[in-house]
Design a binder for this molecule. Structure first.
Ligand code: GDP
Length: 369
């Protein structure tokens, strides 16, 4: 690949190192002339959008352009990682444009979930970060539920506007986009990749019959999500792919739970009570005494306490400890972005600590379920 080579489709600088970044050219595509990046190739030949990612600052530059336009915004988030995948600055950037919040992966919650209560929870959490939503749609790309409603709402609300689809990585955005493509494009018109002036971002534009577009933006990378830190293999261990089986633990003060070697939960004060772990069942939970926890980790991390395995443990940032005083009178989750959450069941309050690699988002929130 010659230095400075550009994709003949979208014009982006080509690179052969990172498949997930814009401009990727696989080795076997070097022979093609003219050169096109993998993304443009897929779009042209298969009418299929694939995910490219960008970091937050680049993404925010794109978003600020949305605010200057008359647009409808679909923000898709992952229910399993709600606070990790929601774009907290979104309202500031979209201006007065309406936002539809698509909450994906609802298939991961237990079947008995009270969906109205869940919808209220989402509404409150959105409000908490200052996001005004025109409509909240609970959906599952996997089960193909809720997508009809998204299409319906887009039809009702679009008017004479472009539709932007925005979201973090791994939330199911490509699945949604591909669905929109199959519904909207008669393939008479080609999908186009285009770059916005002043940014290095590429987006996929799906032409609508009135000259407007559905615009797929790159997936935003938040380094505060555990899913962005781990290897592909460990990602499979922490990302659930079937409904969560909540694990209940009766704990006394001074007991500790390890989630593989991904995180540690210390129960410090509050009397005997139960905690429910909403964590992928592929990740083994190990209970021990608080006073033994440091030694256990030193001796067994990467082997008995795994994943990550020994060789990958060192790739993660150093661990830090976060202490939480859970108030009495109401139910709370201790939430770890990308890994899940621990629900404090009692309403007597508790003092607890969570240890995990530095930078991973961890917070207390009102219980999801
Ligand atoms: P993107 O990165 O946002 O474009 O997301 P993808 O569509 O590539 O999906 C990311 C990951 O989430 C993949 O492993 C999907 O299988 C998974 N996924 C997407 N939608 C759902 C869903 O509704 N439920 C579940 N359980 N997994 C999903």
């Amino acid at each position: 690949l010659t230095a400075g080579a550009k994709c003949s489709g979208c014009g982006i600088a080509l690179q052969m190192d990172a498949p997930e970044l814009p401009g990727y050219l696989p080795a076997q595509a070097l022979e093609r002339t003219p050169l096109v990046c993998q993304r443009c190739f897929r779009i042209r030949n298969y009418n299929e959008s694939s995910t490219v990612t960008v970091d937050q600052s680049e993404f925010l530059r794109l978003l600020s352009e949305v605010g200057t336009k008359d647009a409808l915004v679909i923000h898709i988030v992952d229910l399993f990682d709600f606070q990790g995948s929601v774009i907290s600055g979104l309202q500031r950037f979209v201006g007065n444009n309406p936002v539809i919040l698509a909450v994906n992966k609802i298939d991961l919650l237990p079947k008995v979930t009270n969906w109205n209560k869940l919808r209220n929870w989402v509404q409150k959490e959105a409000k908490e970060i200052g996001l005004k939503t025109e409509e909240i749609i609970l959906c599952s790309a996997k089960q193909n539920t809720g997508f009809e409603r998204i299409l319906e709402v887009v039809g009702e609300m679009r008017g004479n506007r472009d539709v932007y689809v925005v979201g973090a990585t791994n939330v199911g955005k490509s699945t949604l986009i591909n669905r929109l493509i199959s519904d909207y494009s008669d393939l008479e018109e080609e999908l186009t990749t285009s770059r916005y002036p002043g940014t290095t971002l590429d987006t996929v534009n799906i032409p609508l019959d009135d000259g407007h577009f559905i615009i797929d933006t790159p997936g935003i990378v938040y380094e505060s999500r555990y899913t962005e830190l781990v290897t592909k293999q460990d990602l499979a261990a922490i990302m659930p792919d079937k409904p969560l089986k909540p694990m209940v633990y009766q704990l006394n003060e001074g007991q500790t739970l390890f989630f593989g070697a991904m995180a540690r939960f210390d129960y410090l004060e509050g009397g005997r009570q139960s905690f429910t772990c909403f964590i992928n069942n592929g990740l083994k939970i190990h209970r021990t005494k608080l006073e033994r926890a440091d030694d256990l980790f030193a001796d067994h991390a990467g082997v008995m306490l795994a994943p990550p395995t020994k060789e990958h443990l060192a790739d993660l940032p150093e661990w830090t400890r976060h202490e939480f005083r859970v108030p009495r009178g109401s139910q709370y989750d201790l939430f770890i972005s990308g890994l899940g959450w621990i629900k404090v069941n009692g309403d007597t309050g508790a003092l607890a600590a969570i240890h995990l690699p530095k930078g991973v988002k961890v917070m207390m929130r009102p219980s999801l379920i």
